[in-house]
Design a protein around this ligand. Structure first.
Ligand code: DC
Length: 605
């Protein structure tokens, strides 16, 4: 399993140029493909979802040419899709699947549209019902109401009223509206039920307008695509930065001091998720905004929890769920039922992973309530699962301000933000770590403990973990050569370090692990890669604020390669043997200098 380990962060500050908006990118690509004339698109998002759309357009015979650095040239087909028979694979890209379904159903042709398993669990029946009212021939290949779909040419009857549900996903309405100019006649779409995620419809209407189609509308209930509407290329076009992606960095500024500034979205944005900044401001964050940038800072008095109807910012609201960990009082996110049909069931996933960190969560059909940790119950270092959901990975990165943590499958951010974790590390500052390496008995343990005490830092005696593994294995009857079994012992080690004392499963073992026998056992088990891997996150979990002194031979190379300071402390074998000899004598244990020297040289080797 791929993972990224994040140390506890202590501050955030900096400026970030945002990647292009996913929602705008995929809408622009489709409309450019359907339009008359060539469109040059700049700052297009490079991500999994846009890659799926680009592939699909190519399969449909649309000429798309990469010009480098996020620029693309798309030769529009003027509504006549060149390839009339194709099978399209659209991954888990809802912004590709729904609008392409609508456009291809009205364009006429034999098409099959498929996605990953999760895409086949995300409902599409309401859109299909809308298309069928226009005469489109759309069939389900597996489960009624869900992809994959089969489309066939049909006689389209435009010029009427189409009714479509608006309370499951706004993408159904988006898909229909974007496709309707292909139908030719004046057609009205009436929304049944309360329309959710309205700001995404604003993006749809604004993008259609850029391509020359003005939708007439009455509130959020009725939308009319006029007679003779057709898409015409605007020539060239810039994609705004992604406002949902901005939310993580604004939250970082609000949690980690700031200021953190994002460039590419601002006051003039057409994306509803810029209103995430208002939610942060309600929590107390200090927000500044320009036409094309937003900046967030932490308030002097700290953030406070809020209750918010999140219907207008369904995606960015996920960021609030983890921002809530750093606010005073409970945060309650309401009207988020659509989370349940996104990349994963986001309410369930969020509740489960927050629970792992030790957070008290109350989840319902359409709400989530998060209680922040307290000094008595701080966040626990844990490995977080991300459910192939980019927003789970990005949201949980914020929790690093409360605890070191491991995030599984960080590559899933590629859906919208391929280099998220690099950008994250550019604006955040981890707690400092001093790594002290060196051979056995060089005094690194003594020095490390004293430096940690002097600085008020945490202290990691990594050798003790190997010694504990050897001791626990001995107690469990596992041989010091049995790599598989030892790795399990290491992974399940019930070790505790408290006030300079060491406990194994509740029993004080400080002296037991200092014996020469356990030193020998530790040396054997430490040579096994599976044991070292099993102890890696356990060691990184010590990397907490205000700082850490880590003692052990791979501290600066493997465990904390980005350590603030790396020290290699050494002395001759004779001097080290003498130290060990004195230590053992003081502890009242039998000791022979010549034997100790020979053993120590052997261990060095
Ligand atoms: O520092 P120490 O003597 O307590 O270490 C016990 C054993 O564990 C020793 O053989 C070195 C090994 N060790 C290691 O391989 N990597 C570490 N980070 C720390 C100790």
């Amino acid at each position: 399993m791929e993972f990224i380990d994040l140390p506890q962060m202590i501050s955030a500050c900096g400026t970030l140029r945002l990647p292009g908006s996913k929602s705008i990118s995929n809408r622009v690509l489709l409309l450019a493909a359907l339009a008359e004339g060539e469109t040059e698109v700049r700052d297009l998002l490079a991500s999994d979802d846009t890659a799926r759309m680009l592939e699909a357009l190519r399969s449909l015979g649309i000429a798309v040419t990469g010009l480098g650095e996020g620029a693309w040239r798309i030769r529009g087909c003027g509504g006549n899709i060149p390839v009339r028979q194709a099978e399209l694979f659209l991954g888990n890209a809802g912004t590709a699947f729904r609008p392409l379904t609508a456009a291809l159903a009205l364009a006429g042709g034999d098409y099959v549209l498929k996605g990953v398993a999760r895409m086949h669990e995300r409902p599409i029946g309401d859109l299909v019902d809308g298309l069928r009212q226009l005469g489109a021939d759309v069939g389900y290949l597996e489960k009624e109401g869900y992809p994959p779909l089969r489309l066939k040419p049909a006689q389209i009857r435009a010029g009427n009223v189409v009714r479509v549900r608006g309370d499951v996903s706004s993408q159904f309405l988006t898909g229909l509206l974007m496709a309707l100019p292909l139908a030719g006649a004046r057609t009205t779409v009436e929304v049944v039920g309360e329309l959710i995620s309205k700001p995404y419809i604003e993006i749809t209407l604004a993008t259609m307008a850029r391509f020359g189609v003005r939708v007439e509308r009455q509130g959020w209930q009725s939308f009319t695509v006029p007679e003779g509407a057709r898409y015409v290329s605007p020539g060239s076009l810039y994609v705004e930065g992604d406002a949902s992606s901005a939310s993580y960095f604004l939250a970082l500024g609000a949690i980690g001091g700031g200021p953190v500034r994002v460039e590419g979205v601002g006051r003039d944005s057409i994306q509803g998720d810029v209103r995430f900044a208002e939610a942060l401001a309600e929590m107390g964050a200090v927000i500044r905004m320009g036409p094309n940038w937003i900046e967030a800072r932490a308030p002097a008095e700290g953030l406070t929890g809020i209750t918010l109807d999140c219907n207008h910012i369904p995606d960015a609201a996920m960021t609030l769920a983890t921002t809530a960990l750093f606010a005073r009082g409970v945060t309650r996110l309401e009207n988020i039922a659509s989370w349940r049909v996104k990349e994963t069931d986001r309410i369930a996933a969020m509740a489960k992973e927050l629970g792992k960190l030790g957070v008290t969560v109350n989840a319902g059909p359409d709400f989530l309530e998060v209680q922040p940790p307290s000094p008595e119950r701080p966040l626990r270092p844990q490995a977080i699962d991300t459910y192939d959901d980019h927003r789970m990975a990005m949201s949980f990165s914020l929790a690093a301000f409360g605890t070191p943590l491991r995030i599984h499958d960080p590559g899933c951010t590629a859906k919208t933000f391929p280099d998220y974790f690099e950008r994250f590390s550019e604006v955040t500052r981890p707690a400092p770590v001093i790594a002290i390496d060196g051979p056995t008995a060089s005094g690194k343990g003594t020095v490390s403990a004293r430096v940690a005490a002097a600085l008020g830092f945490h202290y990691l005696d990594s050798g003790a973990l190997y010694r504990l593994t050897a001791l626990a294995a001995r107690k469990a009857g596992v041989a010091w050569s049995d790599e598989r079994a030892l790795a399990e012992v290491a992974a399940g080690l019930e070790a505790e370090f408290r006030d300079g004392r060491v406990f194994l499963a509740g029993e004080e073992v400080g002296e037991a692990i200092r014996s020469e026998e356990m030193a020998d056992g530790a040396s054997q088990v430490a040579a096994l890669p599976a044991v070292r891997a099993a102890l890696l996150f356990r060691q990184r979990a010590f990397h907490r604020a205000p700082g850490l002194v880590g003692d052990g031979r791979d501290m600066g190379s493997v465990v904390f390669p980005k350590a603030t300071l790396k020290v290699f402390l050494t002395a001759s074998a004779e001097v080290r043997a003498e130290r060990r000899y004195q230590q053992l004598r003081q502890a009242g244990q039998p000791a022979d200098l010549a034997t100790i020297l020979a053993e120590l040289q052997a261990r060095d080797a």
